[in-house]
Ligand binder design. Sequence first.
Ligand code: F6P
Length: 544
Amino acid sequence: MTTPLKQLPAWKALEAHASSIKATHLRQLFADDPSRGERLTAEAEGIFLDYSKHRITDETLKLFLQLAEESGLREKLDAMFRGDKINITENRAVLHVALRAPKDAVIEFDGKNVVPEVHAVLDKMAAFADQLRSGKWLGYTEKPIRNIVNIGIGGSDLGPVMAYEALRHYSDRDLTFRFVSNVDGTDFHEATRDLDQEETLFIISSKTFTTLETMTNAHTARAWSLGKLKEHAAVARHFVAVSTNAQEVSKFGIDTANMFGFWDWVGGRYSMDSAIGLSTMIAIGPDHYRAMLAGFHSMDEHFRTTPFDKNLPFLMGALAIWYNDFFDAQTVAVLPYDQYLKRFPAYLQQLTMESNGKHVTLDGRVVDYQTGPIFWGEPGTNGQHSFYQLIHQGTKLIPCDFIGFFKSLNPIGRHHDLLMSNVFAQAEALAFGKTAEELKAENVADWLIPHKTFEGNRPSSVLLADHMTPATLGKLIALYEHSVFVQGAIWQIDSFDQWGVELGKVLAVRIIPELESAEEPALKHDSSTNALIRKYRAHRRPTA
Ligand code: F6P
C-alpha cells in the first residue's frame, strides 16, 4: 500500500510552509528579490513561462521537488511512456505519446512496436485528406465534397472543434467544417440546414461507436443524406468513421475501408491527435498536421527528459496543487489572449476535469485532500468585461493562466499591442493591486477608498510563444496534458478512467421509455424525478 499523501514528509512540510507564506504579499516577495521576475521563469520548445507572480519562494519549489521524489513521479512518468497499464481500473495502457512519436521511434505495447501502426493510420488519413482537399473525393452524384461535418462528443468533438478554431488560419477556406455533438436535435439542424447533401461528408467519430449522442446524430445524418441521395450505396461516399470498434462501424453501414482506426490505449480526452483529428487534418492538410504532431512530441520529450525544476508541465502541475490543496482555491481560470484559442478552455475542461475529478486513490482509499480543480475561462479581452471583477476584488482566490503570443497572425494596426498590453496589465493588477495610500495620493474620497482598493496578491502564470502555429498548438496541449498527469500522479489517483460519467448514462437509458411510452409508466424513481417525468409527459409534443 502506498503511503497516504498527507503522511509524506514533503506534504507536511508544504502545509507548514503554506501557513507561513500566506502572510507574505507578492509585493513583498518582489521587493525582497528584484530579479524575481527574470529568475522565476522557464522556457522550453519556444514556450516561455513566467511563474514569478505566484505566492511561492525557492523553498516552495524545493518542497515540491521533494514531493515529486517521495511520490515516485519519475517512475510513474516512465511507466506511462513505457506503456505500462497505469489506467488500472480499466486495465489499460496510456500511450497518447505514441500518437506523435516519429516514424523511427520504438514504443512497445504487449511486446509489439505500435509506432508503425500509428504511421500507417496517419498515411491513410493523409491520402484521404489529400483527395478531399483536391476535390477528387466525389460524392454519390459525382460532385466534389465541400462540407465536412464531424459527429462526435467529448474527446471525439472538443479536440477537433478546438483545433479547427485554433488553426483556422492554416485551413482550406474553400471547405466548410461543422461539428455536431449534442443529442439536442437543434445542434444537427443548425449545422446542416444550409448544406447540400450531395456535397457533404460526415465523419462519425467515436472511440466506442456506441455513445448515445453520437449514434443518434449519426442515424439522423444518414436519414438526412438519404433523404436526397435516396440510394443506400451513397453512404459509402458520404460517411467515414473514426473508431476502435470495426464491428459496430460495419453494423452502421460504413465500409471498414472507410474507417480510420485507433487503439484502446488512447483515452477519449487524449485522442485529438489520433484519427479523431481527421477533420483537423482535412482542414489544415497533412503537412501542417504532422507539424502539430512534432510540436506535441517535442513537449513530450521535454517532459520526459528535463529535470523537474526546469520542467514546464511539472512547474504548472505543482502550482495547480499548491493553490488547490494549500490555499483552498477551487478553480483555475485559463485566459487565452488569442481569438483562435476561443475553444481552448472548453477543451481543457474535459482534459483536466474528466482526468482528475476523482475522490479515491489508486488503492481505493477515499482521499482526505482536494483533487482536480475546476477549469474555466474565456478568451481575453472579453472576460475582462465580465468576470474579471470577481477575480480582482471578489472573495475567492482564482489562479489564472494567461496565454499570449508575440505576433498576431492578423496584424491589423495597433490591435496586437493593445491586446498584449492587457495581458501584462491584468497580471500586474492581480499581483500588486492598488493600496489605500495610492488612492489617497490620487485624492480619492475617503468613503470610496475601500471600494476602489485592490488587495492584489492574486497569482497568475503568463505563457508566451511566438505566434500560433500547428506546432505551437501541439506543444500547448501536451503541456497541459502532462501537467494533468503530474497532478494526478501526486494525488495518487487514476487520471485516465471516467466512471463518474456512467451512472447518468444508465439512468437516462431507463428514463427514455418512460418518456416515450404511450401507456402511463409505473414510475419507481424518487418523488422529484417521478413528478418531473409526469410533468414532461403532460406537456411534451405528441409523437406524430
Ligand atoms: O462519456 C464520457 C466519454 O466516454 C468521454 O471520455 C469520451 O471522450 C466521450 O464519452 C465520447 O466517447 P466515444 O468517443 O466512445 O463516443
